[in-house]
Design a protein around this ligand. Structure first.
Ligand SMILES: Cc1ncc(COP(=O)(O)O)c(C=O)c1O
Length: 391
């Protein structure tokens, strides 16, 4: 093992949302945050080195994107997902959330409807409503400890004003990695109804044993022509605040419209550190991913068996992808507010309340498992202690 994911790095005082948000407020000091989706692991050495080396040059003027940048991304996608991407399909965006907003602006009109499948990453909803479009919910169906897409429901909600669906694959927060048959069924409905697919694949490198990530656009030429794929090294290599994402649009008519929207926002190239880190990640990142995934999966298994043995009321969803556990606290019979109060004030563990992902997430919590196991263990003990007081 080259990388030491057990190492605890103090993040307080670095202006990080996850730890400093609580430390800045006296009433919640000492919290273990398992909320916002970044990792408590230092980024890999080859990324830090590439940034340090560039910083030492000392001049940070205007930059062009080199061919080697595109080549690193193209090779990564080919090697990991057997997806052949052409350079002219790739657009830079300062993040996936900005790209979702740009896509809504580029490809829909005010009053058009855009589908999401809650419980789902909440900025999907805001990218629609903030742009004056209408959110159309087609909730996932919960079955046992897993979820599936409601394809029949999808057919029913679509009308003439429905122009787009935003897909999360792997799905944040429920942890599904959509299978080929599921993506094809979704794609068929979208093709029949002229619905564009925004496929947010930001978690696509974080695939747990037994699952395989399939880029939606790789399934057929027809699907490639209606799909805008959002990728980023930020989740995999812990680079969120370097603001680098690549948006892949094979259809020339669509990428021209996207270009115009980027131009209207005055965006035409990445920030230098984001660009350098992205290229380092995609050209040297294989070993990091090969070591990170087993650690994350062990964390998941540890958490799952901890609850089974110590607090079986908490039902844990399967985690096929992402580093986000999805926990069902409904068996306690408490309201959302009561659960949140108990977990924050008594356990002093801050997970993301499921309600923010839609009504379907009420009394669920999303637990960020991308931390050293000692921190996870302490958090689990605290949750268990606070919830057992109820017995
Ligand atoms: C599904 C999904 N999309 C997008 C993002 C954020 O993307 P960015 O930070 O590149 O804007 C996240 C972060 O948690 C996410 O989970």
């Amino acid at each position: 093992m080259k990388y030491d994911f057990d190492k605890v790095t103090d993040r307080t005082g670095t202006h990080c949302v996850k730890w400093d948000y609580y430390e800045m407020r006296d009433e919640v000091k000492g919290m273990i945050p398992m909320s916002i989706a970044d990792m408590d692991f230092e980024a890999p050495d080859f990324i830090i080195d590439s940034i340090v080396q560039r910083a030492k040059h000392g001049i940070f003027g205007y930059t062009v994107i080199p061919d080697s940048y595109y080549e690193s991304l193209i090779k990564w996608l080919e090697k990991r997902f057997h997806w052949s991407v052409k350079k002219e399909w790739i657009r830079f965006s300062p993040g996936v959330i900005p790209a979702l907003n740009f896509a809504v602006q580029a490809f829909t009109e005010a009053g058009d409807k855009v589908i999401i499948q809650p419980p789902v990453y909440h900025p999907f909803r805001f990218s629609i409503s903030n742009n004056g479009r209408v959110v159309l919910n087609n909730p996932l169906i919960c079955e046992g400890n897993s979820y599936r897409m409601d394809i029949e429901g999808l057919k029913k909600v679509i009308d003439k004003r429905t122009k787009m669906i935003i897909l999360s694959n792997p799905h944040n927060p429920v942890g599904r990695v959509w299978r080929e048959d599921e993506l094809k069924a979704l794609g068929e409905v979208c093709l029949e109804n002229n619905i564009l697919i925004i496929s947010d694949e930001i978690h696509s490198d974080l695939i747990m044993p037994g699952s395989t990530h399939i880029p939606t656009a790789s399934l057929s030429d027809e699907l490639a022509a209606i799909t805008i794929t959002c990728t980023s090294p930020s989740k995999t290599f812990n680079l969120a605040e370097l603001h680098a994402a690549n948006i892949i649009i094979p259809n020339p008519e669509l990428y021209s419209r996207f270009d115009l929207t980027l131009a209207k926002a005055g965006i035409n190239k990445p920030n230098i550190m984001g660009m350098i880190a992205t290229q380092a990640a995609y050209s040297k990142g294989e070993q990091w991913v090969e070591e990170l995934i087993p650690y994350l999966y062990e964390n998941f298994l540890f958490m799952e068996s901890f609850f089974k043995e110590n607090l079986p009321e908490v039902k844990v969803s399967g985690m096929e992808g992402t580093y986000l556990g999805w926990l069902d606290f409904r068996a306690f019979g408490l309201s959302n507010a009561e659960l949140e109060e108990r977990l924050l004030s008594k356990a002093r563990v801050a997970m993301t309340p499921g309600r923010i992902f839609g009504a379907e997430g009420e009394s669920f919590f999303r637990m960020n498992l991308a931390c050293p196991r000692t921190i996870l263990e302490e958090a689990l003990k605290r949750i268990c202690g606070a919830m057992k007081e109820l017995h």
